[in-house]
Design a protein. Structure first.
Length: 427
């Protein structure tokens, strides 16, 4: 049995998560500072859109690299090292377009480490330790992301805003150094497909980076997945994919405009980071409790509840944005956003991914995951692209209400799902 010291390398990822966790918020706030609250909203939306667009080919490309390069250590070191350079390079650009370009490059390079980290656990630990080690890696990621956001709140309240990336670069560099010291390649390698065969590895992989391409999806794969929509409206797999696509469309709409909305309501950069930090804390705690809760209830029921709760919070945020045009908007944001991004997200994400895992079966796993990843990537992209323009031309409240309506539709589709068993199913 591997000793506990054999998993010390997991903690090498903590500084990296501190470094990358707050980057999205930083990028949007930096663009708004440079361009103003008006056009800054559109540029911030385009930055998120570009990030999401790049993540799709990045997931596919790094999957191929993982297959070709047998050294997990090399891929992870490249990701940590290149991210360090890119973070500091934000200081070299003073234009929104330059920021978008650097952020897109971070999207590509940060996708590299997700699969190798998961495979490294499976290749270095006995099978009976996999679930525990994956849980540790997930917790380290959550703690790091939350700490990074908290660091952003403190830094931007005291020090020059743009220089925050120097602190983030230092944390990423620390992860690189720790990885050099602690990471070692295993004596044998698993195939990349092994990640989807074990539920803890599958969940951790999707939570760290929600795109998995084991093979390039074909048009016939989409036809096979959605064939049941025309013939049987209660067909579980097509309805599940409709639920997922509308969920990510609504999330792209809402999440992309949240930071610009908070900024437009005269909240300081530090306050924006505080709102995000509270949501991340609630999300981390929610993921700890949603598993036992799910075991006693139906998957579709938990997913539906999560969608309606998230939609209600989005709708109330839209109303609050309209009625509370000033800094008081921080009050509903500190309550509703943590519920939507924490409790509701954890419930839906865990239940829907369990249903996806259960639907894979033993055949066509690569094709099914290719369709899933394409749907997630495409609808997140569409939501983020529409978000900035919608918010700029008709207002943040309309964007938030539109996201709420879409989630209501997603909840109705999910409520029609006929899924056997509960969250304990391991098929």
């Amino acid at each position: 049995m591997a000793s506990k010291s054999g998993t010390r390398w997991v903690y090498a990822t903590l500084p990296f998560n501190i470094a990358t966790g707050p980057v999205g918020t930083f990028v949007q706030l930096y663009i708004i500072q440079l361009s103003g609250a008006g056009l800054g909203t559109i540029y911030a939306s385009l930055a998120v859109t570009a990030f999401n667009a790049v993540s799709i080919p990045a997931a596919y490309a790094w999957g191929l690299v993982t297959d070709k390069v047998q050294s997990r250590r090399v891929v992870i070191l490249v990701s940590f090292g290149a991210t360090t350079i890119l973070l500091v390079s934000f200081l070299l650009t003073g234009s929104p377009i330059g920021i978008v370009a650097v952020y897109s490059a971070i999207s590509f390079i940060s996708a590299a480490e997700a699969t190798p980290l998961n495979l490294l656990i499976m290749e270095t630990q006995p099978k009976n330790m996999w679930a525990r080690t994956f849980a540790r890696l997930s917790m380290v990621s959550s703690v790091g992301t939350t700490a990074g956001s908290l660091l952003g709140a403190g830094w931007t309240a005291v020090f020059p805003f743009a220089w925050f990336v120097v602190a983030l670069g230092a944390f990423s560099l620390l992860s690189l150094v720790l990885a050099v010291l602690l990471l070692h390649d295993p004596p044998f390698n698993f195939e990349r497909q092994a990640v989807v065969l074990n539920r803890p590895s599958f969940f951790n992989r999707l939570l760290s980076f929600p795109l998995i391409f084991l093979s390039r999806p074909q048009a016939s794969d989409f036809k096979r997945i959605f064939r049941g929509v025309r013939n049987e409206l209660t067909s579980p797999v097509p309805l599940l994919y409709i639920s997922i696509s509308t969920f990510y469309l609504a999330s792209g709409l809402f999440n992309t405009s949240l930071v610009p909305a908070l900024s437009a309501h005269s909240l300081s950069s530090s306050a924006v980071f505080v709102v995000n930090t509270v949501a991340l804390i609630v999300q981390t705690l929610s993921f700890q409790y949603v598993g036992p809760y799910l075991e006693r209830r139906s998957l579709s029921g938990v997913a539906t509840s999560g969608l309606f709760l998230r939609g209600a919070c989005y709708g109330l945020m839209g109303v609050a944005s309209f009625l509370m045009p000033g800094p008081l908007f921080v009050l509903p944001s500190l309550v509703l956003f943590p519920i939507a991004g924490g409790v509701a997200f954890a419930a839906y994400y865990t239940a829907s991914n369990t249903m996806i895992f259960n639907s894979l079966g033993d055949r066509n796993q690569g094709e099914a995951l290719g369709v899933y990843s394409s749907v997630v990537g495409a609808f997140t992209f569409l939501g983020s692209l529409a978000s900035g323009f919608l918010s700029y031309y008709v207002g943040f409240h309309v964007t938030f209400l539109a996201a709420a309506v879409i989630l209501g539709f997603s909840g109705l589709a999910t409520s029609k799902l006929k899924v056997e068993g509960a969250g304990t199913r391991n098929a």
